[in-house]
Design a protein around this ligand. Structure first.
Ligand SMILES: Cc1cc2nc3c(=O)[nH]c(=O)nc-3n(C[C@H](O)[C@H](O)[C@H](O)COP(=O)(O)OP(=O)(O)OC[C@H]3O[C@@H](n4cnc5c(N)ncnc54)[C@H](O)[C@@H]3O)c2cc1C
Length: 408
C-alpha cells in the first residue's frame, strides 16, 4: 500500500471513485482510495441508477449531464459497460403552474445544449402508453438522459483510474485522521498513510469520521424505498424501453426495469436511520421495508399509471441514503483545515457524482473554486447547525420530493 501520497480519497462509492478518476484525468495520479469494505458497499450498490437532466437549477443540471458524460467516458476508456439506458425522462406537469415553470426552464436547457421539449398530454401518451394523461397538463421531456448501472459505472471509473496510475485499497477501514508537520495522517487497518490532501467521500459516515476534528456536519441517513414489480406482459410487449416518469402529485419516479417497473418514492413522513451512530458492523445491507407510509403514494400511482394496479410487487428495497438540510451535497475545502476536502451528502449521487467529482478535482488541481456553485459549498452550514433543526429541514426537503420552487 502507498503510505505517502499527494491525495488520499476515503470512501469507495460512486462519489469517491469518481473523484479518484477525475484527479487522475487531471494529472494527479499520486493518490490512493481507501475503502472500508468493497467498492459500492455503502448506498451505491442498491441505487436505481436514475440520472435525469430535469431540474429547476441549470448548474445542477450541468452536474447531471457531466455525470453521464463521465461514466460514458470511463466506459470508452476501459471497455467496461456502465449500463447506460438512454430512455429519456418525462417530468409530468401535475398543475398549470408546473407547465408554466417548464416554459421558464426551456431556454436554460437550450443554453446548456441539452434537448428539452414541452409535450402535450396527447404527446405524452405517444411516448408512454401507461400514463393516464386525463389529469395532467403536459410534461417536460428530456430525451437524452436515462439510467446507469451504479456498480458497473463505479467499477469502470475505478479501472480507468487504476490504468492512469492511481491506487485503490479495499478492506482498508480508516480510523483517526489528524494533521501533523504539515501533512494529514490517516490511520488505517493496514498502517498509516500520510497525504497532502484528503478527500472525505464517506457519505453518512463522514459526520462521525470528522467530529473528532471539531467539525459538526449536518449529514444524516434517511431511509429510502424502491419497489420493483413482477414482469408485466404489457411491458414485455414493448419495442422500446419506456421513458422514466417523475410526478410531483404522486411524489415518485417510475422507470422500466426489465419487463417490470421500478418505483422510487419520496414519502411525506420520511424515517431516519442510525441517528445515534452507524453500526460498526454495517455491511452491504438493506433495512427492513416499511410500506405503510408509502401506501397513499402507491394509491395515487395506481390512478396515474393504472397498469401499476395490475402488478405484483416483487421486491421492496429500503436503503440508507445521506441527506443534508437543503438536499444538496457538501463539496469543497473545509475552512481552517488546509488540504481537507469534502464530497459527501449526496442523495442523488449516481445522477450527480461524476459531474461533481469533475468540479471538485478541477478545484483541487487549480485552486480555483467553481463559479456560481455556492449552493453546494462544503462550509455553507457553518459548524453550529444543531441536530434537531438539521433533521427538521431534512424531513421537509425530503417530503417535498418533486416540488418545484415557486421563485423562477
Ligand atoms: C433505494 C435507493 C435508491 C436510490 N436510487 C438512486 C437513483 O436512482 N439515482 C441516484 O442518483 N441516486 C440514488 N440513490 C442515492 C445513491 O445511492 C447515493 O446518493 C449514492 O450512492 C451516494 O454515493 P456516495 O459515494 O456518496 O456514498 P456511498 O455509496 O455510501 O459510499 C461511501 C463509502 O464510504 C465507505 N466508508 C465509510 N466509512 C469508511 C471508513 N471509515 N474507511 C473507509 N471507507 C469508508 C463505505 O464503505 C462506502 O463504500 C438511491 C438510494 C437508495 C437508498
Amino acid at each position: 500500500m502507498k503510505s505517502d501520497v499527494q491525495v488520499a480519497v476515503i470512501g469507495g462509492g460512486i462519489v469517491g471513485v469518481s473523484v479518484l478518476y477525475w484527479l487522475a484525468k487531471l494529472g494527479w495520479t499520486d493518490s490512493v482510495l481507501l475503502e472500508r469494505r468493497e467498492l459500492t458497499s455503502g448506498s451505491t450498490w442498491h441505487a436505481a441508477g436514475n440520472t435525469t437532466y430535469f431540474g429547476p437549477y441549470p448548474k445542477m443540471t450541468a452536474l447531471f449531464a457531466g455525470s453521464i458524460r463521465t461514466y460514458l467516458q470511463a466506459e470508452k476508456e476501459t471497455g467496461q459497460s456502465v449500463g447506460f439506458h438512454k430512455t429519456g425522462s418525462l417530468r409530468l406537469a401535475a398543475s398549470e403552474r408546473e407547465l408554466e415553470l417548464f416554459h421558464v426552464y426551456a431556454p436554460r436547457y437550450a443554453n446548456l445544449g441539452i434537448p428539452f421539449h414541452i409535450r402535450s398530454p396527447e404527446e405524452v401518451s405517444g411516448l408512454h402508453p401507461f400514463i393516464d394523461t386525463g389529469s395532467i397538463h403536459g410534461a417536460a421531456h428530456t430525451p437524452t438522459d436515462g439510467h446507469v448501472d451504479p456498480t458497473g459505472a463505479t467499477n469502470a471509473l475505478a479501472q480507468a483510474a487504476r490504468n492512469l496510475g492511481s491506487s485503490i485499497e479495499r478492506h482498508c477501514p480508516v480510523g483517526a485522521i489528524s494533521k501533523s508537520a504539515g501533512k494529514w495522517w490517516i490511520e488505517t487497518s493496514s498502517g498509516a498513510v500520510t497525504a497532502e490532501h484528503v478527500v472525505v467521500a464517506t457519505s453518512f459516515w463522514a459526520r462521525e469520521m470528522l467530529a473528532p476534528l471539531g467539525l459538526n456536519l449536518p449529514l444524516y441517513p434517511t431511509q429510502h424505498h424502491e419497489i420493483i414489480t413482477e414482469s408485466l406482459p404489457q411491458v414485455a410487449a414493448l419495442d422500446t424501453e419506456l421513458p422514466a416518469m417523475r410526478d410531483s402529485w404522486v411524489s415518485c419516479n417510475v422507470r422500466q426495469e426489465r419487463d417490470g417497473l421500478l418505483i422510487g418514492i419520496y414519502e411525506r413522513e420520511p424515517e431516519f436511520w442510525a441517528l445515534d451512530g452507524i453500526p460498526p458492523d454495517f455491511k452491504e445491507e438493506l433495512l427492513p421495508p416499511n410500506l405503510d407510509p408509502l401506501m397513499p403514494h402507491l394509491e395515487r400511482l395506481m390512478e396515474r399509471m393504472p397498469l401499476f394496479a395490475e402488478a405484483g410487487i416483487k421486491v421492496a428495497n429500503n436503503g440508507p441514503m445521506c441527506f443534508t438540510p437543503d438536499g444538496l451535497p457538501l463539496i469543497g475545502p473545509l475552512p481552517q483545515m488546509d488540504g481537507l476536502w469534502l464530497a459527501a451528502g449526496f442523495n442523488v449521487g449516481i445522477g450527480t457524482g461524476g459531474g461533481s467529482a469533475e468540479i471538485l478535482a478541477k478545484w483541487m488541481t487549480t485552486g480555483q473554486p467553481p463559479s456560481g456553485l455556492d449552493a453546494i459549498h462544503a462550509d455553507r452550514f457553518g459548524t453550529r447547525i444543531d441536530r434537531e433543526s438539521a433533521l427538521s429541514s431534512i424531513r421537509d426537503v425530503y417530503a417535498r420530493g418533486y416540488h418545484l420552487p415557486d421563485s423562477i
